[in-house]
Design a protein around this ligand. Structure first.
Ligand code: PLP
Length: 390
């Protein structure tokens, strides 16, 4: 059976040349970078090269790059560390559409002595900048707002947001896990103080993330131990994954221009094809600036889980939203925040492409998807009723 993977916001295939660079670090260069002998020294220098490659993609300095284990850890680290470093400040600002790695962490703090403002978004997924300005107070420790949404691909105007946060003199963290490698990011002249990245979203392996900490920003480490990462994140380094991430960042930088054109072209072909062949569809966030690879489509009056099952039987791997909430029967918190009625949010499917997808694969989806939706709409009593009443 043909297999088509369009769930790249959940995770990506490790690039062959990334794996190639990683393999010697399992076999020959397995030393601990903190060791003073040859085995240790061999790898310590390579970690520094990788750090430079990551910094180069982000427009940062190597000394501002801290390796972590994943995007979730980077988010936890950024927020936790900022709160610890500013114990007198007891207020945090986020949005309602953050990834659970920010949302649930801040809700936890909300039950443990902190006040958390969750900013609303409108039907296009945008926040009100005046509301943001007014939400920041004397005792706000940190504002954490994502670069691009993992479910819809909607991009926040992060520099305008950062400017507002900085005018108030507050720390600004940005979860850029979905944006890096898909759109240009340059931290050199940015208002971002702290930024999260995850390796497995950009063709590196799982088990590696980055927390960017702008020079001069004071944070207390979340993980305390053996002083690795200049005391900012202890624990023996995941050397092969760090090496792989360096290569993945280099590839992402080289392919960024092509990615933005080619992957967006595939995504647009998919959306046009779906709109032309299926009734009662809505592209969530269509009017907003979006990541070039992401399409979140509501198929009205049908259940997302049923669509995914039939797509899977046809060899197509998509998703109904965040991989981290799969299994939950609740409609997506992101679509709910955008005011989508249950008839739409229940049947929302996320197609997220990568540079490995082809025209042929998009044609295959456009061949298989319309009969699947038609079959489910025909089975849906609600759909029949809605057709009668219009
Ligand atoms: N932030 C966003 C926006 C994400 O999409 C994800 C993963 O889906 C994460 C954070 C968590 O990253 P990780 O899977 O590396 O923990």
């Amino acid at each position: 059976m043909k297999l088509v993977y369009v769930d790249n916001n959940a995770t990506t295939q490790v690039d062959a040349s990334v794996l190639e660079e990683m393999l010697p670090y399992f076999r020959e260069y397995y030393g601990n970078p903190s060791s003073l002998h040859t085995f240790g020294r061999q790898v310590a220098g390579k970690i520094d090269i990788s750090r430079e490659r990551v910094a180069d993609l982000l427009g940062a300095s190597a000394s501002e790059i801290v390796f972590t284990s994943c995007g979730t850890e980077s988010n936890n680290n950024a927020i936790h560390s900022s709160l610890e470093a500013n114990p007198q400040k007891k207020h945090v600002v986020i949005t309602k559409v953050e990834h659970p790695a920010v949302l649930n962490l801040c809700r936890y703090f909300g039950k443990n002595g902190y006040e958390v403002t969750e900013l609303r978004v409108d039907e296009n997924g945008m926040l009100d900048q005046n509301e943001l300005r007014e939400s920041i107070r004397e005792n706000t420790a940190i504002v954490s707002i994502m670069f691009a949404n993992n479910e819809t691909g909607i991009i926040f105007p992060i520099e305008e947001i950062g400017k507002i946060v900085k005018e108030k003199g507050v720390l600004f963290h940005c979860d850029a896990v979905q944006a890096i490698g898909k759109i240009p990011i340059n931290l050199r002249n940015s208002y971002i103080d702290l930024l999260s990245l995850s390796g497995h979203k950009l063709h590196a392996s799982k088990g590696i993330g980055v927390l960017y900490i702008r020079k001069g920003v004071r944070v207390n480490p979340l993980i305390i131990g053996g002083h690795q990462e200049s005391n900012r994140r202890s624990g023996t380094e995941n050397v092969p994954a760090i090496i792989g991430l360096g290569k993945a960042c280099e590839l992402a930088k080289e392919s960024l221009e092509d990615y933005q054109k080619r992957v967006k072209g595939l995504r647009d072909t998919l959306e046009h094809g779906i709109k032309a062949s299926i009734s009662n569809v809505k592209i969530n966030g269509e009017k907003s600036s979006r990541l070039p690879n992401t399409s979140n489509i509501a198929f009205e009056y049908v259940e997302g889980e049923a669509i995914l099952l039939l797509l899977d039987m046809a060899g197509i791997a998509a998703s109904s939203g965040s991989a981290c909430t799969t299994g939950s029967t609740e409609p997506s918190h992101v679509l709910q925040a955008m005011g989508a009625p249950p008839s739409q949010s229940r049947g929302a499917i996320r197609f997220s492409l990568s540079r490995y997808n082809s025209d042929d694969e998009i044609r295959y989806i456009l061949e298989k998807l319309p009969p699947i939706i038609k079959k489910l709409q025909d089975l849906s009593p609600v759909f029949e009723d809605s057709q009668l009443s219009t």
